[in-house]
Design a protein around this ligand. Structure first.
Ligand SMILES: *[C@@H]1O[C@H](CO)[C@@H](O)[C@H](O)[C@H]1NC(C)=O
Ligand SMILES: *[C@@H]1O[C@H](CO)[C@@H](O)[C@H](O)[C@H]1NC(C)=O
Ligand SMILES: CC(=O)N[C@H]1CO[C@H](CO)[C@@H](O)[C@@H]1O
Length: 632
């Protein structure tokens, strides 16, 4: 045993105990016994302007190495769409990366921890082996908020499995025009349905305590994540559904259609609200003081933080980044608290520092922003538990979560047609027949059935980057072992006629897209989908499943098809599609959107004076499970 002079030990004990006593007494923000309000004010009072401005930044992971978090006192880190630490990163890879960031943040003078944000919008969709749930439009078709809450809880566990604490979900957009490339991120054109679906927040963040004052952010511990109601406000109402453009409506319509989702999100304790790229009557939402500070904070008493969208400040001008300082001033003054500035954080710091020093932006505005960010950080317990461990890694893509996704898939299927007028219903399909045909670009493609915001921002094609069950495999799993299943992606009519198929299942639809890339003014089924439908349904009995983020033009083919199913973007668990096609479960889904006849009718929403849809909002045929039919 090494000999240490006694007086040194004594000195060490004395000085450190004194230090500890002083620290306990002085550093209230470090004491979990103090109330969050006391901790927030104590910490805020210790912070320099530099430290406060850093707290207001959320930067991209690729820019966050080399002690950047320490040097600039950064408040948060994020992944842009598809940004991952290594290809096919494991939960452990994610956690190791996050903990490096956390070490860097904790080594600052005040040791304020960072949290990490990601677009987990239909499950933990960027992460390899995660369960991919149906996109929101499909969840809207289930009409089942309790199911959606369970999906929120499962998503929270999968996100936490990778150490991440913040999901940019739910999107509470009320899409009023399906030509918008984000329409699938919207639960419905009906604000009431969107409101009901905000129960997902209770799954993501946890059930709020009784008597919690309205407006306080809430998150219930280590298995939950911060949620984010987005995109405030009116994102789904832009002219012609054009991305990031202008929503031209009066205040009553704004409040009746686009605002209710925020009221219910706030009442469910949502911790954050993200601002929309779009404008309301020509004013960019990223500069809208009346709606952000005036309405959201002052009228609704929202106490969480308001976050910008990705490079939201840059997009205030066209061309982007044309007037950086003006845009920054307008955005901070409007009441946005945290800024997604993935790359150019140094400019942000320089410009905002000058604006505050010159008293263009008052310190009270900076304090409001930082107070809100710190409030959320204390609420989530990250000061006490800054590091992620591996204890939740096995939640990623569990069997239970895949079963839950499968349940959601089958409840989201909407049966639009079942049998031609002169024939009996085609569905449920018989499992035991000699031979069936499966056709279409979307039958054997996991990437396509998941849609955008899956692995990559714009989604992927094929079966290699995802784990799950294709619709083709689901069909093979479900039919009788003696039934031969032939898959031909785009067969010609002779092939269809000459092979003795009992019937065909055609799976066609849209290729994955996100945001701008999904804006589409014609909404036709992309080629060769129409050809596949015509060749197959022109020759034999067929059931067509449409995989799409919105209603498409199908009127020209409806007469030809024996059965039509709106399958939306079901995600990784294709088995849910086969569950209803073959009658293991009945169809129960209802249209969350109006199915138009032709694009010239758009926008056309339920309740409109001139309402002439192909299938109205709420439409959906039902079937009985096969056992019920047999037992009759
Ligand atoms: C930039 O700001 C100046 C002065 O405020 C203004 O005249 C100009 O139109 C702005 N440019 C853009 C692209 O918004
Ligand atoms: C429909 O619009 C999309 C997106 O702009 C385009 O790629 C496609 O070629 C158009 N299809 C037709 C048939 O015009
Ligand atoms: C603001 C913005 O990004 N607008 C984009 C919308 O989409 C079109 C084309 O789809 C782009 O050209 C715009 O830049």
């Amino acid at each position: 045993m090494a000999k240490i002079p006694f007086f040194l030990v004594g000195f060490w004990l004395l000085s450190n105990c004194a230090g500890l006593l002083e620290a306990e007494d002085m550093m209230k923000y470090k004491n979990p016994k103090e109330s969050n309000d006391v901790r927030v004010e104590d910490l805020l009072n210790r912070m320099t302007l530099e430290e406060k401005i850093g707290q207001m930044l959320q930067i991209e992971r690729k820019c966050a190495s080399d002690n950047v978090l320490n040097k600039y006192f950064i408040g948060s880190v994020m992944s842009e769409g598809g940004s991952i630490p290594v290809p096919k990163a494991s939960a452990e890879n994610w956690i190791d990366m996050l903990n490096e960031f956390q070490k860097d943040a904790l080594s600052t003078r005040l040791g304020i921890p960072v949290f990490y944000g990601i677009d987990a919008v239909h499950g933990h969709n960027t992460v390899y082996k995660a369960t991919i749930f149906p996109h929101n439009i499909g969840l809207g078709a289930t009409r089942d908020p309790e199911l959606v809450k369970r999906i929120g809880a499962a998503t929270a566990l999968e996100v936490r499995a990778t150490g991440i604490q913040y999901a940019y979900a739910p999107c509470v957009a009320v899409c009023r025009d399906p030509r918008w490339g984000r329409c699938y991120e919207s639960y419905s054109e009906d604000p009431k349905l969107v409101e009901a679906m905000t129960d997902i927040i209770l799954g993501l963040q946890g059930d709020i305590p009784d008597n919690m004052p309205n407006g306080l952010p809430f998150i219930a511990g280590k298995e939950k994540v911060l949620a984010c109601a987005k995109h405030y406000v009116g994102d789904g109402g832009t002219i012609d559904g054009i991305n990031e453009s202008n929503t031209v409506i009066d205040i009553n319509e704004l409040m009746e259609i686009h605002m209710p989702g925020y009221l219910s999100s706030i009442s469910k304790g949502v911790a954050t609200v993200m601002v929309s790229y779009s404008s309301w009557n020509g004013v960019k939402m990223h500069t809208h003081h009346d709606l952000i500070t005036g309405f959201l904070k002052n009228t609704l008493h929202f106490q969480g933080f308001v976050i910008s969208d990705f490079e939201g400040i840059d997009r205030i001008t066209t061309p982007h980044r044309a007037n950086c300082t003006d845009s920054l001033q307008a955005a901070v003054s409007s009441g946005i608290d945290m800024f997604m500035v993935p790359k150019f954080y140094k400019n942000f710091i320089e410009d905002l520092t000058i604006l505050v020093k010159n008293e263009v932006i008052p310190m009270s505005r900076i304090d409001d922003a930082v107070r809100r960010i710190l409030r959320v950080k204390f609420m989530m317990g990250i000061f006490e538990n800054p590091f992620a461990d591996y204890s939740l890694v096995n939640y990623l893509g569990t069997k239970e979560h895949r079963e839950l996704a499968r349940e959601a898939v089958r409840k989201s299927m909407v049966l639009l047609k079942n049998g031609k007028s002169d024939k009996k219903p085609l569905l449920p399909l018989p499992k035991k027949v000699p031979k069936i045909l499966v056709a279409g670009s979307h039958a054997n493609n996991l990437g396509y059935q998941c849609g955008g915001w899956t692995i990559e921002w714009q989604g992927v094609s094929g079966n290699n980057l995802l784990e799950g069950t294709t619709i083709l495999d689901a069909i093979k799993n479900t039919v009788d072992s003696e039934t031969i299943v032939i898959y031909e992606e785009n067969p010609d009519i002779e092939f269809v006629k000459s092979n003795g198929f009992s019937y065909a299942i055609v799976v066609v639809g849209e290729k994955p897209y996100a945001e701008t890339h999904g804006d589409n003014m014609n909404l036709t089924i992309p080629s060769p989908g129409p050809e596949t439908i015509t060749n197959v349904c022109g020759a034999i009995e067929c059931a067509v499943v449409i995989i799409s983020g919105r209603p498409l033009v199908i009127q020209p083919y409806v007469g030809l098809m024996d059965a039509v199913v709106a399958g939306w973007l079901p995600g990784s668990e294709g088995q849910g599609v086969a569950d209803v096609l073959f009658g293991d479960y009945g169809f129960t889904g209802k249209l969350p959107r109006t199915w138009f006849k032709s694009v010239v009718q758009l926008p056309m929403n339920v309740g409109d004076a001139h309402y002439d849809p192909l299938f109205p909002f709420g439409f959906g045929l039902t079937t009985e499970p096969t056992e019920a039919i047999y037992s009759q």
